[in-house]
Structure formats: C-alpha cells, structure tokens
Write a new protein. Structure first.
Length: 257
C-alpha cells in the first residue's frame, strides 16, 4: 500500500478534487440543460416571479462553475471553498431538502470534504521568535482535518443495512463500521479511507448506473445526481488519503508511545 501511495502521489490530489466537485459540476449541467424545470421549481416554492427565479438559478449555476474552476486550477482554492459552502447552504434553503437521512448526511459529507480542501491550503504557522524552529504543529490545520474526516465518513451512516437477519448485510455493516471508526480516530487512516473508496465506488456503479438509462426519462437525472453525490464523498475520502490523518490522530501519536 505504501508503494501505491507513493506512485499515485502526483495524480491523486487532482483525482480527489475532480471527484469532490463533481456534484457541483453535475448541478451546473442540470441547471443549464433543464433550465425551465429549475426555474419553475424555484418560482413555485418561493412565489418569487419569473425574473427573480431566473436570477437565482443563474447565480447558483455561475457560483458553482466559478468556484469549481478555482478548486480544480488551485487558484484561490480557499475562496472557491467558501463559495461552495455558500452554495450548499443556498441549495439547502432554496430547494428544501426535507428530513430524508441520506440527503442530510450527503450535505454534511460535502461540507466535510470542503473542510479537507481548506486544510490542504493551510501552511505551517510561523513561530513568534525569529530563528526559533517551529514545533511542526499547525493546530488550525489539525482541527480542520479532524472535523473534515469525521463529517466525511458520516456519509456511511445512511448506507448501513437495517436487515441484521442477513449474515451478508451484517458482515458488511461490521466491516464498514470498523473502517469508519478507524478513519474517525485516525488509525491506519490512509488504508481505511482507501478501502472505503473501493467499497463506495462499487456500490455507486451498481446502484447508480445512469449511463444505462434512457436520458429522456426522469430516472436518468435522479441516478446521475445520486452518482455525482457519491463521487463527492469519494473525493473527500481521497483527500484523506492525500493529506493523512493530521496531528489529532492515533497514527500521529503512535510514535510518541
């Protein structure tokens, strides 16, 4: 696994970023190609009139497009992250996501992935005294990494199976819970996150195979949106693989024991 990490070190951050912003890019494409549907949804929900509904849809689309571009080009990434945070809040309010568990944990997971992106932008804080070496700790980055990885793996709460009578589902739940717990406390963090990536990718391709559906039916758009949301969670997990657990983790403190 160390060899895998070393060989993929150059390209993995780029893959993680593309996966992470895929849900925002999908929403841009959805808004562009189904403009009338998005506009009518906003107009009906808020009774805001045709002009304001068009303006809200345009702001939402352009904000995601510009912010995703900043993240992918690594130009003012922090600004892009803050804009995407605003987009998540806007979409939560504007479209009314309701109380469905999977939608809420997906929203929380996206925020966690964005926190990991912000952590990547953090540099080591300078010491107060010139010439005195830093202790190597960046507490702000450490807290961002801790919060980001906890929020990211919350995504798996909605994918645990309730059927405990089935031994297959029971074993799968146990494995996922163990891996999620390992990522949360920062133990074998990169390996655990990568195993979750592999599991989630398999589940995503199995259930959200939108490319096999006729694009003229509504199921196609639902599957594509669900697929991109899962890819965003995968992007967050890949960011954990790239950045590691940080200072606030079992992995980092093992060397002190």
């Amino acid at each position: 696994m160390d060899q895998v990490f070393r060989r993929s070190k150059a390209i993995l951050p780029t893959i993680a970023r593309w996966c992470l912003v895929s849900t925002f890019i999908e929403d841009v494409l959805h808004t562009w190609f189904r403009w009338s549907v998005v506009r009518d949804t906003l107009e009906t929900r808020w009774a805001c009139g045709d002009v304001l509904a068009n303006l809200l849809a345009a702001i939402n689309m352009l904000s995601q497009l510009i912010a995703s571009g900043l993240v992918l080009t690594r130009y003012h990434v922090s600004i892009g992250c803050y804009v995407l945070f605003g987009v998540v809040v806007y979409q939560t309010v504007a479209y009314g996501i309701g109380w469905e568990l999977r939608i809420w944990v997906n929203t929380i997971s996206r925020c966690g992935a964005l926190l990991l992106l912000l952590a990547e932008c953090q540099t080591e804080a300078p010491t107060l005294l010139a010439g005195v070496p830093s202790d190597g700790h960046n507490r702000h980055k450490a807290y961002l990494l801790l919060t980001g990885r906890i929020l990211t793996v919350l995504y798996f709460v909605a994918y645990l199976y309730a059927d405990l009578q089935n031994i297959y589902y029971l074993m799968q739940d146990i494995i996922v819970v163990v891996l999620v717990a390992a990522v949360t406390i920062g133990y074998k963090t990169k390996l655990s996150a990568l195993l979750l990536v592999m599991w989630l990718m398999a589940i995503n391709c199995y259930y959200n195979h939108f490319w096999t559906i006729d694009s003229n039916i509504l199921t196609y758009y639902r599957m594509m949106k669900s697929f991109s949301r899962v890819m965003s969670a995968i992007g967050g997990l890949l960011m954990i693989v790239v950045l590691g657990p940080g200072d606030l983790s079992v992995d980092n403190n093992k060397k002190n024991w």
